[in-house]
Design a protein around this ligand. Sequence first.
Ligand code: NAD
Length: 479
Amino acid sequence: MTEPHLNLIAGAWVAGDHLSENRNPSDISDVIGLYAAATAGDVDRAATAAAGAQPSWFAQGPQPRADLLDRVAARIEAAATEIGTMLAREEGKILPEAIAEVRRAAQIFRFFAGEALRIPGEALASVRPGVDVEVTREPVGVVGLITPWNFPAAIPAWKIAPALAYGNAVVLKPADLVPGTAHLLARILHEAGCPAGVFNLVMGPGSVVGRAMIDHPLITAISFTGSAVTGKTIARAAVEGMKKIQLEMGGKNPMVVMDDADLDTAVAACLNGAFFSTGQRCTASSRLIVQAGIHDRFVERLSEQAAALRVGPALAAESQMGPVVSTAQLQGNLDYVALARTEGCEVLGGERLNGPTEGYFQRPALFLGARNDMRVAREEIFGPCAAVICVADFDEALAVANDSPFGLSAGICTGSLKHARAFKRGAKAGMVMVNLPTAGVDYHVPFGGTKSSSYGPREQGRHAVEFYTTVKTAYSFAG
Ligand code: NAD
């Protein structure tokens, strides 16, 4: 272990009031590093620095912003293995997934380097003769970004990049389990020449650092990704301060498998959707809604492949699924496995596994014979657990898919254009997949959901402009 990693405030690396460590969930004896926990005072200094730096960052015009984001993209790409190794070590996803996530972060920075040059506006004729109307977009000011542990590179990237592209200054608080990846990103932004105060990193617990950000009067907007429970708490407090908010929260994503599906395609989509990244994706398929005619063949094939997945340390070349992120998350998953039995499901897998090192390893779990009114089918588990619900026909499948408090991603495997079309139109979700896993999205198009999954404007793609800018209407009369 090397020296402590500090917060980045006003262009300087600053100690907090204590240090906290991140540990490797594949090997809990491996302490990765020590990270400075920020205080409310640090948040105040970061927000003040950001508010001071933001006007000139915007006033310079888009070229320096595009250039910075481009340089950051190149540096992230060049460091993909280093950052990916940190990500795999602290979060637990297997190294190829971790490196792919880091590359995605680079792509996002490069995309928004272009968007900085394409900030949309309108010029219209006024209803009053001789008057011109212009509608322009301006930055919202200082944006507070609060991120979860499951995508420690991609989620900060898809918030930082548009925030900076549109001329805002940023205060980022990463999840306390994964400060290492965020710290590497912050170092890249700093070394790529981000002006002092334009990007600030404050690490530490949500109850202290996150809360101070939400309460801070100079932070004018909050973009949050995390659980629905935290999201609601943040929303109430942020509205009190009249802040603009964007919340991306949980899911209980349905994947419908119709009798007319290609079995191999359906099994591959469900295996990926339910268990890759250890099921720790907000878009994971956690309800597999399967038509009766294909049900038994599907379950037989999927359960064989799930049982064969090699669960092991994130950095081991042979691992196909890494550990669960933490002891608390593992215990929560095991509690849901027990609950599935109590609720009457037949459970395949789901037990804790021993690895070559002491870590939070768990076998993928399928809850067979589930009903959609069971808690295991309604509550987000956020682990490698999927409930299998048998349905009679398309109408029942769609009704079950939509009967959820969440509405992030929904998928269908079918060979029928009619079913695919009806599902795309009828699914109450922000993202719909046909013959593809519910998880796995492109970075140049909107991301987000409906109901308890999302609140506020969409993230990613050019739609990000909605949250990170505010609209100004100017009238002028030339005389
Ligand atoms: P979490 O809600 O526990 O924490 C998210 C972030 O909020 C962390 O940085 C945390 O420190 C901070 N926080 C906690 N309490 C706070 C408070 N009172 N005030 C301010 N900040 C606070 O979520 P998590 O466990 O890190 O992540 C898992 C959740 O994230 C899952 O529910 C998952 O579905 C969701 N998620 C959603 C998306 C999406 O885009 N919809 C993407 C990834 C993860």
